[in-house]
Design a protein around this ligand. Structure first.
Ligand code: ATP
Length: 423
């Protein structure tokens, strides 16, 4: 974990928010490479969920909504965590996390030293307007509700029919009692979610629940997450969120233990009935309240686990074996020598052309070995070197990040080679 944190800062994946003022607990900034990684995860998700399917449409709802939404959804009443204080070290944390947080003596907390749990709402309050009294509203605690409140708008404007899904990616905010484990538990984070509407029937909901469980875990595997470090964990009865009839987490075996990064929930008809919304079957004209299967993934937790999972230290080599689709740069271009204008000019020409289609890095510092190491460290799958032969035969050396093998390729074939690894 320490190595990932150091590398993330050094190379520009993740910085502490407002670091020059001492930071602020639970908030993080993504640097140039982290922003690319997150963007790639979101783009890949959108492509697979919205672009490639006929039964899911995408939306982008607002972060602040009418506060009545959160009353109806049950969040004002039930979106809570129990807070306790340790009588010895005075630390405050979530009651269900007490075994994970260490006391003054470095030992685990004991139940008998904790105060009575106090219930604490996770919604973050904001105040709108300039004149008193200001209007109290909330930053959304989950992006989900935007899909429900637009349910009728979406059906009317798209004519989509059940079974269908509404997909969304966006920021959510939770006043977490104990943010921690790096970006894992933040107060501001991004979610990528599908609310999938089906006929209200238990067999249907079991079928779609299993379908989405498998789809989602396979998606992470297809992007390279190690299957041995993935598992499903079913929620116990007393652990389920207030809206959930059934809940399963997809967990990753992180250095800090098995940890959820996506939840699959059967929300039944909880939300639509609380918002008083119904679906009218366009063929039979029969009205009913659909059931909803939700898949709710965290962009930040996925980014963290992709980083952790791809980190490889082998002999003297350290590299990120990120799937090329997720890697911040798809290729790096080097002139063999930095003091030969003819090499630089040729390399710049190739670099500029590739940049029209891909994120590409340029490096002319140090020797080739150092440049390879620097690109390995950030997961660039292909390095392209322009040398004296390039000037004679229009070929370059392509070096593969994972195998370190090198091959000679014509300049006209470089894009084909990059496209091949992005399939
Ligand atoms: P936890 O039990 O860890 O608090 P949760 O069960 O409350 O999480 P959900 O409400 O199911 O989480 O949210 C769906 C997803 O949103 C999570 O799987 C996670 O990826 C992401 N998420 C939730 N809370 C946070 C957070 N505080 N920081 C970063 N990501 C989060």
């Amino acid at each position: 974990m320490d190595k990932i944190i150091a590398l993330s800062k050094r190379r520009g994946f993740i910085y502490q928010s407002s670091e020059i003022y001492g930071g602020i607990a639970g908030f993080w900034d993504y640097g140039p490479l982290g922003a690319e990684l997150k963007k790639n995860i979101k783009e890949q998700w959108w492509r697979d969920i919205v672009q490639k399917r006929d039964d899911i449409v995408g939306i982008d709802a607002s972060i602040i909504m009418n506060p009545k939404v959160w009353e109806a959804s049950g969040h004002v009443e039930a979106f809570t965590d129990p807070l306790v204080e340790c009588k010895i070290c005075n630390k405050r944390f979530r009651y269900d996390h007490y075994k994970d947080i260490l006391c003054k003596d470095g030992k685990k907390h004991e139940k008998e030293n904790l105060s009575e749990p106090k219930i604490f709402n996770l919604l973050t309050e904001v105040f709108l307007g300039v004149t008193e009294p200001k209007q109290k509203a909330f930053l959304r605690g989950e992006i989900t509700q935007g899909a429900f409140v637009n349910f009728i708008n979406i059906i009317d404007s798209t004519r989509i029919k059940i079974p269908f899904g509404i997909a969304q990616i966006g920021k959510a905010f939770r006043n977490e009692i104990t943010p921690g484990n790096y970006t894992y538990r933040s107060r501001e984070f991004e979610q990528m979610e599908i609310e999938f509407f089906i006929t209200p029937d238990n067999n249907e909901s079991n079928k779609w629940f299993d379908y989405w469980k498998n789809e989602r875990v396979n998606w992470y595997k297809s992007l390279g997450l190690n299957p041995d470090k993935l598992r499903f964990r079913k929620h116990d009865e007393d652990e389920k969120a207030h809206y959930a009839k059934e809940a399963v987490d997809i967990e990753y075996h992180a250095p800090f233990g098995w940890s959820e990064f996506e939840g699959i929930h059967n929300r039944g008809d909880w939300d639509l009935s609380r918002h008083n919304l119904k679906y009218k079957d366009p063929e039979t004209n029969k009205e009913f309240i659909p059931f909803v299967i939700e898949t709710s993934g965290g962009v930040d937790r996925s980014a963290l686990f992709f980083l952790i999972d791809s980190y490889i230290q082998e002999d003297k080599r350290e590299y990120l074996k990120l799937h090329p689709k997720l890697a911040p740069f798809k290729a790096a271009v080097f002139p063999l020598l930095a003091n030969k204008p003819e090499l630089i000019n040729k390399a710049r020409e190739i670099y500029k052309k590739l940049k029209q289609s891909y994120m590409v890095s340029w490096d002319e510092r140090g020797n080739i070995g150092k440049r390879y190491a620097a690109q390995d460290e950030i997961g660039t799958p292909i390095c392209i070197t322009v040398d004296f032969d390039t000037l004679k035969d229009d070929s370059v050396t392509l070096r593969d990040r994972d195998t370190t093998k090198q091959e000679r390729v014509k300049i006209s074939e470089i894009e084909k080679s990059i496209d091949k690894i992005l399939l």
